[in-house]
Design a protein around this ligand. Structure first.
Ligand SMILES: [Zn+2]
Length: 489
């Protein structure tokens, strides 16, 4: 166990162990720090040949029927086939090689595949990125295989690539080292925070829009100017509610760091259509589709400009109507609207800064009258002023067309509270509206009997004193007395 100078070192033992494992024909992939931990675990199992493929299961006498590969349906399933020779895998690798502009990936074993990045003449960051992408590719193939085999979901190469790109792009963002101070600040701004700032809104439109819709989008942008991004070009490949039509929306959400979006489109079937949605971790979380009717712009509302609400002031929201309590669509709309106009959460407010209110009135199970009003405070003769509403626009009727609630898994994930923010229960402290903070203090038993006193009786032998205090050892005392008696006699 010695190096040249005969010293013991942990590194040497480690290298000795891996050398031995290498002799046994095992390959242990090195850890890649850019990819998710789950993915690293998977790659480790793949390298050690521990995946539960059909042939591996058969070796262990677990035979569950069909042995053919679910991806291509041509050959028997094995690790080598799944990740190297299968039609789906080889197409994925060739797409990756053209996408990353690297020589074609040629692999005849898992080791070849996982070590590709070493053998194509790459250096530094790019090498690490290729390593990560190939590993995530393997992971996506395995996930697609499991979905197909156990949940009967048909395999699609496009689906695998989409997943690869979404995970891969996430890595790129993490790998990116800022080259300028400005880029560094930007990345820091986007990093996850314990307490998130106000949500940013992305405003964009589809292939066709109408005049009304353009005005609606512009005015929403005006109302949210401090925290919104507006795209003025048309977007042909965004189709919310359709599979595959949300990928570029998710990409834009990531690019602009917006977690809310308002998407406008106009068609014969759905005129003046507005889709308001939220994203979580830059994946679509939920969607509400509404039609806009009777739109009234800000400029068409005549009012005293002195009353105009200030930019960035906090709005009131008034939801009128039972529908907001018991109709699923309206409940969802209410939630999304509140999120859209909420802005940054603050702990205290100056009442004088409250100068506007959004009034939403549910008139039927899917129709809401939406009005933006300024608050006008008038003398009432008492301390509380009389409040009047002045319509400042925009006002419109919102007709809910379709909506999609988040799925349970996503909802659970989104509602997670970071460990640091969970308040610990404070023991023995309670609060009272009148007395304020009340604390309880535990005082242990005072043990008055054994407390030392300033005056200790003198002339008594300590032994006897202690015996008296204990109330026992009487026999011992008697014995002593007897002994004393004998001596005197
Ligand atoms: Zn296959």
């Amino acid at each position: 166990m010695g190096s040249v100078d005969g010293q013991f070192s942990v590194g040497l033992v480690k290298s000795l162990l891996t050398k031995n494992l290498g002799l046994q024909g095992l390959y242990i992939p090195t850890r890649c720090k850019w990819i998710p931990r789950k993915c690293n675990m998977f790659i480790w199992r793949l390298g050690m040949d521990k995946l539960a493929t059909m042939d591996a299961l058969k070796k262990r006498n677990i035979d569950n029927g069909d042995q053919t590969c679910v991806l291509c349906g041509e050959e028997d399933e094995s690790v080598i086939h799944l990740f190297t020779s299968c039609y789906i895998a080889s197409s994925l690798w060739s797409i990756i090689s053209s996408w990353c502009k690297i020589p074609p990936i040629m692999a005849f074993s898992v080791k070849d595949l996982l070590e590709t990045h070493e053998n194509i003449g790459l250096k530094g960051r790019k090498k690490e990125v290729i390593q990560g992408i190939i590993r995530i590719g393997c992971w996506c193939i395995w996930k697609a295989r499991n979905e197909a085999r156990y949940n009967n979901i048909p395999v699609s190469l496009a689906g695998i690539i989409r997943e690869l790109k979404s995970v891969g792009f996430y890595i790129m963002l993490r790998i990116k080292t800022p080259k300028s101070l400005r880029a560094k600040r930007e990345l820091e701004k986007r990093a996850p925070k314990l307490v998130e700032l106000g949500k940013k809104t992305l405003i964009l439109h589809g292939t066709k829009t109408s005049n009304t819709l353009n005005a609606v989008l512009t005015e929403i942008y005006h109302l949210k100017k401090d925290n919104a991004v507006k795209y003025s070009r048309r977007n042909d490949n965004i189709r919310p509610f359709e599979s595959g039509g949300e990928t570029s929306l998710e990409f834009y959400s990531l690019k602009t760091d917006c977690s809310l979006f308002v998407y406008g489109s106009h068609s014969k079937k759905r005129p003046d259509n507005l889709v308001i949605g939220r994203t979580y971790d830059h994946h679509i979380y939920d969607l509400v589709e509404i039609g806009v009717e009777n739109f009234k712009s800000m400029s068409s509302c005549p009012y005293d400009k002195k009353l105009a609400p200030l930019i960035g002031s906090k709005p009131f929201f008034a939801f009128i109507g039972e529908g907001f309590e018991n109709v699923e669509e309206l409940k969802h709309l209410k939630e999304v609207l509140l999120d859209l106009y909420r802005g940054q959460v603050v702990s205290n407010l100056n009442l004088a800064g409250l100068d506007r209110v959004y009034v939403c009135t549910a008139v039927s199970s899917n129709k809401v009258l939406f009005t933006h009003c300024a608050l006008r405070l008038k003398k009432s003769g008492t301390v509380v002023p009389r409040v009047e509403l002045v319509e400042v626009g925009p006002s419109m009727d919102l007709v809910v067309r379709r909506h999609r609630l988040p799925n349970e898994g996503q909802k659970k994930e989104a509602h997670k509270v970071p460990h640091e923010l969970i308040k610990k229960k404070e023991k023995n402290v309670s609060k009272d509206a009148i007395a304020g903070k009340i604390g309880k203090i535990y005082v242990p038993d005072q043990q008055v009997g054994s407390a030392s006193l300033p005056f200790t009786p003198k002339g008594v032998k300590r032994e006897r004193r202690e015996a008296k205090a204990k109330g026992e050892d009487n026999k011992h005392a008697e014995k002593k007395q007897k002994q004393n008696g004998d001596a005197s006699a």
